[in-house]
Design a protein around this ligand. Structure first.
Ligand SMILES: O=c1ccn([C@@H]2O[C@H](COP(=O)(O)O)[C@@H](O)[C@H]2O)c(=O)[nH]1
Length: 310
């Protein structure tokens, strides 16, 4: 009922990073895309098949060195139901390969609708008494700004099914300061949201000191990462913004505790497009992604304590 499985994956691979699977067709080499276009035409079906094949190659190349993937729902939804099907197939495939899947949906709504989102992404959907896993991710990103009644349904499913969640606290984008940095009673909104995560997390305790309610804190905000690590000792961080958004190993170092735990750092475009940056043939896209993932792992390892579960 927590993020323990993710933390164990990090310790097993000795790697606190997650590969973001945000596939755009322009990232997919022709050797994958073209045969599907030839077969299905320039259709959503061709796009979705190419995305799944591309993701399979990435997962195969990364699963022994990277503990988790983070598919961002938007990049699948843009290809209609065919794309959403590719998301579901990607989640299953990554899990078959032993990876933890963080579905990046940033969901939030009133409680009754959150019941539906929680069932869809982490739980089971009831079909006339038959409970079916619709997407089956291991954790979901959520937006906490509707308050506890939007979060409680997710907590309930996490407790029942050993899943976790990440609540938006201090997002990586430049304009996150417009609202999240505003002070209420002399405390910034992001810190208030972080304190809510600590409180919500009491319902999902974990073996390693971190609860099942994590927080999203951007790699682009090193000072806030350190501040929040200190203020939120039981809240595990998902840290996007490394690489393409300018975050570096140095900027994420403050997110980690003395055991080298406390955070998992995401990179999407820098991994997905590594083959283009390296100027290598499309056939080598997965090995280029692996090289980039290893560079990221080693850069972060150089600035954080040695990872241990003790
Ligand atoms: O604050 C946030 C929350 C989520 N994201 C998501 O992470 C990835 C980042 O992709 P890169 O290509 O590595 O920049 C993407 O899916 C975002 O939607 C974020 O960037 N910041």
């Amino acid at each position: 009922m927590s993020l323990d499985r993710l933390i164990e994956g990090i310790a097993r691979t000795n790697n606190p990073t997650v590969a973001g699977l945000d596939p755009k067709l322009e990232y997919i080499p022709d050797c994958i895309l073209k045969p599907y276009i030839d077969q299905y035409g320039r259709t959503l079906e061709a796009a979705a098949e190419a995305i799944f094949t591309y993701n399979q190659g990435l997962i195969d190349a990364l699963c022994d060195i990277v503990p988790a993937v983070k598919p961002q729902c938007a990049y699948y939804e843009m290809y209609g139901w065919q794309g959403v099907r590719a998301l579901e197939r990607t989640i299953r495939y990554a899990q078959e390969k032993g990876m933890f899947v963080i579905t990046d949906g940033k969901r939030n709504d009133i409680g009754s609708t959150m019941d539906a989102y929680a069932a869809a992404h982490l739980g089971v959907t009831d079909v006339a008494g038959n409970g079916i896993e619709a997407f089956g991710g291991d954790a979901l990103t959520v937006n906490g700004y509707l308050g506890s009644d939007g979060i409680d349904p997710v907590i309930k499913v996490c407790r029942q099914r050993d899943k976790g969640m990440f609540v938006l606290v201090k997002t990586s984008n430049p304009s996150s300061e417009e609202l999240q940095d505003q002070a209420i009673n002399e405390e910034p909104v992001y810190l208030m949201m972080g304190r809510q995560c600590e409180k919500w997390g009491e319902q999902l305790p974990g073996k390693y000191g971190y609860t099942g309610v994590g927080a999203v804190v951007g790699a682009t905000w090193p000072q806030q990462l350190s501040e929040l690590r200190y203020e939120l000792p039981h809240t595990f961080f998902l840290v996007p913004g490394y690489g393409a958004q300018g975050g570096s190993a140095e900027s994420v170092a403050g997110a980690f505790d003395k055991r080298g735990l406390g955070a998992i750092v995401n990179s999407s475009r820098a991994i997905l497009c590594a083959w283009k940056k390296e100027g290598c043939p499309g056939e080598d896209y997965a090995q280029a992604a692996r090289r980039e993932a290893l560079r990221m792992r080693d850069a972060i390892a150089a600035v954080i304590p040695v990872i241990t579960l003790e």
